[in-house]
Design a protein around this ligand. Structure first.
Ligand code: NAP
Length: 375
Protein backbone atom coordinates (compact mmCIF):
# COMPACT_ATOMS: atom_id res chain seq x y z
CA UNK A 1 0.00 0.00 0.00
CA UNK A 2 1.43 3.42 -0.84
CA UNK A 3 2.14 5.86 1.98
CA UNK A 4 0.34 9.05 1.01
CA UNK A 5 0.28 10.94 4.30
CA UNK A 6 2.04 11.07 7.64
CA UNK A 7 -0.09 11.44 10.72
CA UNK A 8 1.53 13.41 13.57
CA UNK A 9 -0.18 14.96 16.60
CA UNK A 10 -3.58 14.97 14.84
CA UNK A 11 -2.18 16.59 11.69
CA UNK A 12 -2.02 14.86 8.34
CA UNK A 13 1.12 15.80 6.41
CA UNK A 14 1.81 14.98 2.76
CA UNK A 15 4.34 12.15 2.45
CA UNK A 16 6.65 14.35 0.36
CA UNK A 17 6.93 18.11 0.83
CA UNK A 18 8.55 20.98 -1.03
CA UNK A 19 11.74 22.77 0.04
CA UNK A 20 12.29 26.43 -0.82
CA UNK A 21 15.98 27.14 -0.35
CA UNK A 22 16.97 28.94 -3.54
CA UNK A 23 13.39 29.92 -4.35
CA UNK A 24 13.51 33.72 -4.59
CA UNK A 25 17.32 33.68 -4.35
CA UNK A 26 19.74 31.89 -2.05
CA UNK A 27 20.66 34.30 0.72
CA UNK A 28 19.84 37.54 -1.14
CA UNK A 29 16.68 38.33 -3.08
CA UNK A 30 16.50 37.35 -6.75
CA UNK A 31 13.28 38.41 -8.45
CA UNK A 32 14.24 37.30 -11.95
CA UNK A 33 12.36 33.97 -11.87
CA UNK A 34 9.36 34.82 -9.70
CA UNK A 35 6.55 33.67 -12.01
CA UNK A 36 8.30 30.39 -12.86
CA UNK A 37 9.02 29.63 -9.22
CA UNK A 38 5.49 30.41 -8.02
CA UNK A 39 4.18 28.17 -10.79
CA UNK A 40 6.54 25.36 -9.76
CA UNK A 41 5.31 25.50 -6.15
CA UNK A 42 1.69 25.50 -7.36
CA UNK A 43 2.38 22.49 -9.56
CA UNK A 44 3.80 20.70 -6.52
CA UNK A 45 0.70 21.52 -4.46
CA UNK A 46 -1.58 20.26 -7.27
CA UNK A 47 0.34 16.99 -7.21
CA UNK A 48 -0.15 16.58 -3.47
CA UNK A 49 3.10 17.99 -2.03
CA UNK A 50 1.24 20.30 0.30
CA UNK A 51 3.89 20.69 3.01
CA UNK A 52 6.07 23.71 2.15
CA UNK A 53 9.28 24.54 4.00
CA UNK A 54 10.83 27.99 3.76
CA UNK A 55 12.86 30.31 6.02
CA UNK A 56 13.28 34.00 6.68
CA UNK A 57 16.86 33.77 5.43
CA UNK A 58 16.03 32.23 2.02
CA UNK A 59 16.27 34.93 -0.62
CA UNK A 60 16.48 37.40 2.29
CA UNK A 61 12.73 37.00 2.78
CA UNK A 62 11.77 36.80 -0.88
CA UNK A 63 11.26 33.04 -0.68
CA UNK A 64 8.49 33.62 1.88
CA UNK A 65 6.90 36.21 -0.42
CA UNK A 66 6.80 33.73 -3.30
CA UNK A 67 5.45 30.96 -1.09
CA UNK A 68 2.74 33.37 0.05
CA UNK A 69 1.86 34.05 -3.58
CA UNK A 70 1.81 30.35 -4.44
CA UNK A 71 -0.69 29.49 -1.69
CA UNK A 72 -3.01 32.46 -2.16
CA UNK A 73 -6.59 31.26 -2.47
CA UNK A 74 -5.70 27.79 -1.19
CA UNK A 75 -4.14 28.51 2.19
CA UNK A 76 -6.17 25.79 3.93
CA UNK A 77 -4.82 23.07 1.65
CA UNK A 78 -1.22 23.62 2.64
CA UNK A 79 0.95 23.16 5.69
CA UNK A 80 3.20 26.23 5.80
CA UNK A 81 6.49 25.97 7.65
CA UNK A 82 9.11 28.66 8.10
CA UNK A 83 12.22 29.14 10.21
CA UNK A 84 13.72 31.85 12.37
CA UNK A 85 17.46 32.46 11.95
CA UNK A 86 19.91 31.86 14.83
CA UNK A 87 20.75 35.57 15.11
CA UNK A 88 17.08 36.30 15.88
CA UNK A 89 16.52 34.02 18.84
CA UNK A 90 16.17 36.63 21.57
CA UNK A 91 12.45 36.88 22.52
CA UNK A 92 12.03 40.37 21.04
CA UNK A 93 13.78 39.49 17.78
CA UNK A 94 11.95 36.20 17.48
CA UNK A 95 8.51 37.82 17.84
CA UNK A 96 9.50 40.42 15.21
CA UNK A 97 10.84 37.75 12.86
CA UNK A 98 7.60 35.80 13.05
CA UNK A 99 5.49 38.92 12.39
CA UNK A 100 7.69 39.72 9.39
CA UNK A 101 7.35 36.19 8.01
CA UNK A 102 3.55 36.35 8.32
CA UNK A 103 3.55 39.76 6.62
CA UNK A 104 5.71 38.56 3.74
CA UNK A 105 3.54 35.49 3.21
CA UNK A 106 0.34 37.49 3.78
CA UNK A 107 -1.09 34.84 6.09
CA UNK A 108 -2.36 35.08 9.66
CA UNK A 109 -0.62 31.99 10.98
CA UNK A 110 2.08 29.45 10.20
CA UNK A 111 1.42 25.75 10.64
CA UNK A 112 4.97 25.23 11.83
CA UNK A 113 7.65 27.64 13.06
CA UNK A 114 11.14 26.24 13.48
CA UNK A 115 14.38 27.42 15.07
CA UNK A 116 16.71 27.18 12.07
CA UNK A 117 19.99 26.59 13.90
CA UNK A 118 20.91 26.62 17.59
CA UNK A 119 22.58 29.71 18.97
CA UNK A 120 24.33 28.95 22.27
CA UNK A 121 24.78 32.70 22.83
CA UNK A 122 21.02 33.07 23.51
CA UNK A 123 19.41 31.21 26.46
CA UNK A 124 17.29 28.42 24.99
CA UNK A 125 14.56 28.72 27.62
CA UNK A 126 13.94 32.36 26.65
CA UNK A 127 13.67 31.47 22.95
CA UNK A 128 11.29 28.59 23.66
CA UNK A 129 9.17 30.74 25.96
CA UNK A 130 8.72 33.20 23.08
CA UNK A 131 7.84 30.35 20.70
CA UNK A 132 5.19 29.13 23.16
CA UNK A 133 3.82 32.68 23.38
CA UNK A 134 3.48 32.78 19.58
CA UNK A 135 1.59 29.50 19.76
CA UNK A 136 -0.75 30.85 22.44
CA UNK A 137 -1.37 33.93 20.30
CA UNK A 138 -2.39 31.66 17.39
CA UNK A 139 0.39 32.97 15.15
CA UNK A 140 1.92 29.52 14.89
CA UNK A 141 0.21 26.14 15.30
CA UNK A 142 3.23 24.03 16.07
CA UNK A 143 6.83 24.56 17.01
CA UNK A 144 9.83 22.73 15.66
CA UNK A 145 13.61 22.86 15.62
CA UNK A 146 16.31 22.27 13.06
CA UNK A 147 19.96 21.22 13.30
CA UNK A 148 19.88 20.35 17.01
CA UNK A 149 21.72 17.35 18.47
CA UNK A 150 19.97 14.70 20.55
CA UNK A 151 21.19 16.02 23.93
CA UNK A 152 19.88 19.47 22.92
CA UNK A 153 16.55 17.97 21.80
CA UNK A 154 16.13 16.28 25.15
CA UNK A 155 16.82 19.58 26.87
CA UNK A 156 14.23 21.30 24.69
CA UNK A 157 11.65 18.67 25.58
CA UNK A 158 12.36 19.23 29.27
CA UNK A 159 12.02 23.01 28.95
CA UNK A 160 8.79 22.74 26.95
CA UNK A 161 7.16 20.45 29.52
CA UNK A 162 3.59 19.83 28.42
CA UNK A 163 3.90 21.81 25.16
CA UNK A 164 4.66 19.26 22.45
CA UNK A 165 7.58 19.69 20.08
CA UNK A 166 6.09 18.92 16.67
CA UNK A 167 9.10 18.34 14.48
CA UNK A 168 12.84 17.97 14.21
CA UNK A 169 14.53 18.94 10.96
CA UNK A 170 17.99 17.70 10.01
CA UNK A 171 19.95 16.80 6.94
CA UNK A 172 19.14 13.28 5.80
CA UNK A 173 20.07 11.81 2.45
CA UNK A 174 21.98 8.82 1.11
CA UNK A 175 25.28 10.60 1.70
CA UNK A 176 24.52 11.80 5.25
CA UNK A 177 22.64 9.17 7.21
CA UNK A 178 23.69 10.16 10.73
CA UNK A 179 20.09 10.89 11.75
CA UNK A 180 19.22 7.19 11.49
CA UNK A 181 21.30 6.35 14.53
CA UNK A 182 19.46 8.30 17.20
CA UNK A 183 17.35 11.23 16.09
CA UNK A 184 14.87 9.47 13.80
CA UNK A 185 14.17 6.67 16.32
CA UNK A 186 13.82 9.32 19.05
CA UNK A 187 11.28 11.24 16.93
CA UNK A 188 9.37 8.01 16.29
CA UNK A 189 9.26 7.16 20.00
CA UNK A 190 8.12 10.67 20.90
CA UNK A 191 5.44 11.06 18.21
CA UNK A 192 7.29 13.84 16.34
CA UNK A 193 7.78 14.46 12.68
CA UNK A 194 11.31 14.11 11.31
CA UNK A 195 11.85 16.51 8.40
CA UNK A 196 14.68 15.38 6.12
CA UNK A 197 16.38 18.34 4.50
CA UNK A 198 18.55 18.16 1.37
CA UNK A 199 17.07 14.68 0.72
CA UNK A 200 18.64 14.65 -2.74
CA UNK A 201 22.00 15.84 -1.39
CA UNK A 202 21.37 19.20 -3.08
CA UNK A 203 20.84 17.57 -6.47
CA UNK A 204 23.80 15.19 -6.31
CA UNK A 205 21.35 12.54 -5.01
CA UNK A 206 24.31 10.85 -3.36
CA UNK A 207 27.81 12.24 -2.80
CA UNK A 208 29.98 9.91 -4.85
CA UNK A 209 30.06 8.70 -8.45
CA UNK A 210 30.40 5.07 -7.34
CA UNK A 211 27.28 5.28 -5.19
CA UNK A 212 25.37 7.08 -7.93
CA UNK A 213 26.13 4.19 -10.26
CA UNK A 214 24.88 1.66 -7.73
CA UNK A 215 21.70 3.64 -7.15
CA UNK A 216 21.10 3.95 -10.90
CA UNK A 217 21.36 0.18 -11.25
CA UNK A 218 18.62 -0.30 -8.62
CA UNK A 219 16.48 2.40 -10.25
CA UNK A 220 16.91 0.80 -13.68
CA UNK A 221 15.67 -2.55 -12.36
CA UNK A 222 12.63 -0.95 -10.70
CA UNK A 223 11.73 1.25 -13.67
CA UNK A 224 12.03 4.53 -11.76
CA UNK A 225 14.68 7.23 -11.38
CA UNK A 226 17.58 7.33 -8.89
CA UNK A 227 15.99 10.36 -7.19
CA UNK A 228 12.74 8.47 -6.70
CA UNK A 229 14.59 5.51 -5.20
CA UNK A 230 16.50 7.85 -2.88
CA UNK A 231 13.34 9.64 -1.65
CA UNK A 232 11.48 6.35 -1.31
CA UNK A 233 14.34 4.83 0.70
CA UNK A 234 14.42 7.78 3.12
CA UNK A 235 10.63 7.82 3.47
CA UNK A 236 10.52 4.14 4.31
CA UNK A 237 11.57 5.05 7.85
CA UNK A 238 8.72 6.54 9.81
CA UNK A 239 8.17 9.37 10.67
CA UNK A 240 10.35 10.82 7.88
CA UNK A 241 9.04 13.61 5.67
CA UNK A 242 11.37 14.53 2.80
CA UNK A 243 11.28 18.07 1.42
CA UNK A 244 13.07 18.08 -1.95
CA UNK A 245 13.39 21.43 -3.65
CA UNK A 246 12.48 21.18 -7.33
CA UNK A 247 11.77 23.82 -9.91
CA UNK A 248 11.84 21.74 -13.08
CA UNK A 249 8.52 20.28 -14.03
CA UNK A 250 9.83 16.74 -14.59
CA UNK A 251 11.55 16.82 -11.18
CA UNK A 252 8.33 17.95 -9.48
CA UNK A 253 6.36 15.14 -11.09
CA UNK A 254 9.00 12.56 -10.18
CA UNK A 255 9.15 13.68 -6.57
CA UNK A 256 5.38 13.74 -6.13
CA UNK A 257 5.10 10.08 -7.13
CA UNK A 258 8.37 8.84 -5.57
CA UNK A 259 6.70 6.94 -2.75
CA UNK A 260 3.76 5.54 -4.70
CA UNK A 261 5.24 2.05 -4.74
CA UNK A 262 6.99 1.02 -1.52
CA UNK A 263 10.43 -0.50 -1.95
CA UNK A 264 10.52 -4.22 -1.08
CA UNK A 265 12.58 -5.15 1.99
CA UNK A 266 15.41 -6.81 -0.03
CA UNK A 267 15.81 -3.60 -2.09
CA UNK A 268 15.92 -1.47 1.07
CA UNK A 269 18.60 -3.78 2.44
CA UNK A 270 20.56 -3.62 -0.81
CA UNK A 271 20.56 0.20 -0.84
CA UNK A 272 21.43 0.28 2.84
CA UNK A 273 24.42 -1.98 2.20
CA UNK A 274 25.63 -0.71 -1.18
CA UNK A 275 25.20 3.05 -0.68
CA UNK A 276 26.57 3.45 2.83
CA UNK A 277 29.06 6.30 3.45
CA UNK A 278 31.09 6.17 6.64
CA UNK A 279 32.28 9.25 8.56
CA UNK A 280 36.09 9.52 8.54
CA UNK A 281 38.42 11.23 11.02
CA UNK A 282 40.98 13.63 9.51
CA UNK A 283 43.63 15.84 11.21
CA UNK A 284 42.49 19.43 10.89
CA UNK A 285 45.78 20.53 9.32
CA UNK A 286 45.02 18.29 6.32
CA UNK A 287 41.93 20.36 5.54
CA UNK A 288 42.28 23.58 3.53
CA UNK A 289 39.66 26.21 4.46
CA UNK A 290 38.81 27.50 0.98
CA UNK A 291 36.22 30.19 0.22
CA UNK A 292 32.64 29.26 -0.47
CA UNK A 293 32.08 29.29 -4.28
CA UNK A 294 28.82 31.17 -3.87
CA UNK A 295 30.56 33.90 -1.85
CA UNK A 296 27.62 33.71 0.59
CA UNK A 297 29.75 33.13 3.68
CA UNK A 298 32.90 34.78 5.00
CA UNK A 299 35.63 32.19 5.50
CA UNK A 300 38.32 32.11 8.15
CA UNK A 301 41.60 30.72 6.91
CA UNK A 302 43.47 30.99 10.21
CA UNK A 303 42.57 29.75 13.67
CA UNK A 304 43.23 33.24 15.12
CA UNK A 305 40.61 34.76 12.78
CA UNK A 306 38.07 32.16 13.84
CA UNK A 307 38.83 32.69 17.53
CA UNK A 308 38.45 36.45 17.16
CA UNK A 309 35.27 35.99 15.05
CA UNK A 310 36.43 38.74 12.71
CA UNK A 311 33.37 38.44 10.46
CA UNK A 312 30.98 38.69 13.44
CA UNK A 313 29.20 35.34 12.91
CA UNK A 314 26.35 34.62 15.30
CA UNK A 315 26.82 32.10 16.78
CA UNK A 316 30.59 32.36 16.61
CA UNK A 317 32.91 29.38 16.23
CA UNK A 318 33.84 29.88 19.90
CA UNK A 319 30.15 29.73 20.96
CA UNK A 320 29.71 26.51 18.99
CA UNK A 321 32.95 25.09 20.40
CA UNK A 322 31.47 25.22 23.92
CA UNK A 323 28.36 23.41 22.69
CA UNK A 324 30.49 20.77 20.98
CA UNK A 325 32.42 20.11 24.17
CA UNK A 326 29.15 19.89 26.14
CA UNK A 327 27.48 17.47 23.71
CA UNK A 328 30.59 15.78 22.31
CA UNK A 329 28.85 15.90 18.96
CA UNK A 330 29.17 17.61 15.59
CA UNK A 331 27.45 17.24 12.25
CA UNK A 332 30.30 15.95 10.02
CA UNK A 333 32.14 18.53 7.91
CA UNK A 334 32.12 18.04 4.11
CA UNK A 335 35.44 17.84 2.35
CA UNK A 336 36.63 17.07 -1.17
CA UNK A 337 39.97 15.38 -1.88
CA UNK A 338 42.75 17.53 -3.37
CA UNK A 339 44.59 15.82 -6.17
CA UNK A 340 48.36 16.15 -5.88
CA UNK A 341 48.34 17.62 -2.35
CA UNK A 342 49.32 21.19 -1.62
CA UNK A 343 51.16 22.51 1.44
CA UNK A 344 50.29 19.37 3.40
CA UNK A 345 46.60 19.74 2.67
CA UNK A 346 44.73 16.64 1.51
CA UNK A 347 41.18 17.98 1.42
CA UNK A 348 39.33 21.18 0.64
CA UNK A 349 36.71 22.30 3.13
CA UNK A 350 33.44 22.13 1.18
CA UNK A 351 30.72 22.69 3.79
CA UNK A 352 30.59 23.47 7.50
CA UNK A 353 33.08 26.33 7.60
CA UNK A 354 32.17 27.63 11.06
CA UNK A 355 31.66 24.13 12.47
CA UNK A 356 35.13 23.16 11.28
CA UNK A 357 36.75 25.94 13.31
CA UNK A 358 34.43 25.27 16.22
CA UNK A 359 35.72 21.68 16.38
CA UNK A 360 39.35 22.81 16.13
CA UNK A 361 38.83 25.38 18.92
CA UNK A 362 36.86 22.94 21.06
CA UNK A 363 39.73 20.47 21.28
CA UNK A 364 42.70 22.79 20.65
CA UNK A 365 43.37 20.99 17.38
CA UNK A 366 44.07 17.75 19.19
CA UNK A 367 41.12 15.72 18.00
CA UNK A 368 40.73 14.71 14.35
CA UNK A 369 37.75 16.20 12.55
CA UNK A 370 34.76 13.98 11.62
CA UNK A 371 34.27 14.40 7.86
CA UNK A 372 32.27 13.04 4.97
CA UNK A 373 34.39 12.87 1.82
CA UNK A 374 32.62 13.80 -1.39
CA UNK A 375 34.14 13.40 -4.84
P1 NAP B 1 17.68 18.95 -2.37
O1 NAP B 1 16.24 19.03 -2.26
O2 NAP B 1 18.39 17.77 -1.82
O3 NAP B 1 18.14 19.11 -3.89
C1 NAP B 1 17.68 20.16 -4.70
C2 NAP B 1 18.28 19.99 -6.07
O4 NAP B 1 17.87 18.73 -6.61
C3 NAP B 1 17.84 21.04 -7.07
O5 NAP B 1 18.97 21.35 -7.84
C4 NAP B 1 16.79 20.33 -7.92
O6 NAP B 1 16.79 20.82 -9.26
C5 NAP B 1 17.28 18.91 -7.87
N1 NAP B 1 16.18 17.96 -7.99
C6 NAP B 1 14.96 18.03 -7.41
N2 NAP B 1 14.22 16.96 -7.73
C7 NAP B 1 14.99 16.19 -8.54
C8 NAP B 1 14.78 14.95 -9.20
N3 NAP B 1 13.62 14.30 -9.11
N4 NAP B 1 15.80 14.45 -9.96
C9 NAP B 1 16.98 15.10 -10.05
N5 NAP B 1 17.23 16.29 -9.45
C10 NAP B 1 16.25 16.82 -8.69
O7 NAP B 1 18.42 20.22 -1.72
P2 NAP B 1 18.04 21.40 -0.75
O8 NAP B 1 17.32 22.47 -1.44
O9 NAP B 1 19.29 21.71 -0.02
O10 NAP B 1 17.08 20.74 0.35
C11 NAP B 1 15.68 20.75 0.28
C12 NAP B 1 15.08 21.71 1.26
O11 NAP B 1 15.50 21.43 2.58
C13 NAP B 1 15.51 23.16 1.07
O12 NAP B 1 14.95 23.72 -0.09
C14 NAP B 1 15.09 23.75 2.38
O13 NAP B 1 13.71 23.96 2.42
C15 NAP B 1 15.50 22.64 3.33
N6 NAP B 1 16.85 22.86 3.92
C16 NAP B 1 16.93 23.14 5.25
C17 NAP B 1 18.16 23.34 5.84
C18 NAP B 1 18.22 23.62 7.32
O14 NAP B 1 19.29 24.03 7.80
N7 NAP B 1 17.16 23.39 8.04
C19 NAP B 1 19.36 23.27 5.09
C20 NAP B 1 19.25 22.96 3.73
C21 NAP B 1 17.99 22.75 3.17
P3 NAP B 1 15.68 21.84 -9.86
O15 NAP B 1 15.41 22.86 -8.81
O16 NAP B 1 16.35 22.36 -11.06
O17 NAP B 1 14.44 21.05 -10.19
Amino acid sequence: MSRTAISIQNESISCIGQGCMGVGGRFSADTSRDAEQVHALQQGIELGMTFIDTAEVYGAGHSEELVGRAVRGRRDEVCLASKVSPEHLSPVDLMTSCEESLRRMRVDHLNLYQIHWPNPAVPLDETLEAMVRLREQGKIRHLGVSNFSLPELKRIQCILGSVPLFSVQAEYNLFERGAEEEIIPWCARNGMLFIAYSPLDQGRVVGSAVLRKRLSAVAGRLGCTPSQVALNFLSSREPVLTIPKALRSNHIRENATACDIPLPAPVLEEIDRECRVETELVPWRHIRPVPDKTGDHAVYTLIEEARANLAGHSPSAQDLAMEIVRNDHIKPIRVTPITGGDGGFRYDLAEGRIRFWAWVLAFDGERDVPVLVRD
